[in-house]
Design a protein around this ligand. Structure first.
Ligand code: AVI
Length: 325
């Protein structure tokens, strides 16, 4: 028995720890009076490819604005960086948007993409090998940061990239704490390039998260499908519907899954039976939107100094270059 346990590959042990953590998060989230599920669980293999499709939707301009800014201003950004620099990217995915900047900086350049998806990192390593020496890290953001910065060379600085307004998916208080943690992992001379989606016309924001093609709806509903697949639950996906709401006070889009009927769901691996009333929702994601002035304050509150900022005209989105102060 014990031989078998010790004979487990690390991956199997890690997998079962991940299932236990998922089950425990689902149990805790669905016990709250406003039921919720953490947005990180939206990104299994199917969820990640649905998100990739979202980035091509005509209604979702965020990713294109981010990439436009990086392409147009790659040389401006490169000119503001320290002469000896290595790059860390948090949540790189396949790293497509980063190519422009890596090219503008020129070789030789070490690039540490950090992501939870090993498949995305394998593609990233293959696709960017011509513009950088790629060191993929399948880790959480802060663990990956620690690994990458441990390889700092004498007189070298780091540029950390945090693109795509992923910071908007943190609660505002958690965003502050996260940026402070990030700052603590850096040294004077290091920089942060952070993308943030700006507050814009309400209907434009809402349709970006509730597209008529239904891709964002499928992305959201897949979370229940994932719970069925991984935790042996019996959610009937057709008895739930996707909702996007604009929360004016918090300046955020919220994604919810609304129960169409009174119903009971069993989640075997979480040893949980949950009742839903018709109209009750599960809150699955927040996407905070920012004012320009708020971004400057955020830099100051977290130990950074604003170096420069570029804003897209077609889809209000800001790329911000901050230095460690
Ligand atoms: C990854 N993140 C910045 C996206 C966003 O816009 O908040 C996730 C997303 N959710 C629905 N559509 C896109």
């Amino acid at each position: 028995m014990s031989t078998q346990v010790f004979g487990w590959s690390k991956t199997e042990a890690e997998d079962s720890a991940a299932v236990r953590e998922f089950a425990s998060d689902v149990r805790n989230g669905l016990a709250k009076s406003q039921k919720e599920l953490h947005s990180k669980y939206l990104y299994d293999e199917l969820g990640s490819s649905l998100f990739e499709s979202i980035t091509h939707l005509p209604e979702y301009g965020l990713t294109r604005a981010d990439e436009r800014l990086l392409q147009r201003h790659a040389r401006d950004i490169a000119s503001l960086l320290p002469s000896r620099v290595a790059i860390i990217e948090l949540g790189s995915g396949v790293g497509q948007k980063t190519r422009h900047l890596l090219q503008a900086i020129g070789n030789p350049l070490r690039y540490y993409p950090i992501d939870v998806s090993a498949d995305a990192l394998a593609r990233c390593e293959r696709d960017l090998a011509d513009v950088a020496e790629v060191h993929p890290l399948v880790q959480s953001y802060l663990d990956g940061m620690a690994r990458a910065t441990a390889e700092r060379q004498p007189d070298e600085s780091f540029l950390v990239m945090f693109l795509g307004s992923t910071i908007g998916n943190f609660e505002r208080k958690c965003a502050l704490e996260f940026l402070r943690d990030l700052r603590r992992a850096l040294l004077p001379g290091d920089m942060l390039l952070i993308g943030a989606d700006l507050v814009k016309d309400r209907d434009r924001m809402l349709v970006a998260y509730d597209d008529p093609t239904g891709v964002t709806g499928a992305f959201n509903l897949n979370l229940l499908g994932r719970i069925n697949r991984e935790l042996g639950a019996d959610f009937r996906l057709r008895d739930f519907e996707h909702q996007a709401r604009w929360n004016e006070d918090q300046r955020r889009i919220e994604m919810h899954l609304r129960s169409r009927v009174d119903q009971t769901v069993r989640i075997a691996e979480a040893d949980l039976t949950v009742n839903f009333r018709a109209d009750e929702t599960i809150w699955t994601e927040s996407s905070h939107k920012f004012q320009l002035s708020e971004l400057d304050a955020l830099a100051e509150q977290t130990g950074f100094r604003v170096e420069d900022q570029w804003v897209d005209r077609d889809w209000p989105f800001a790329e911000n270059l901050w230095a460690v102060s």
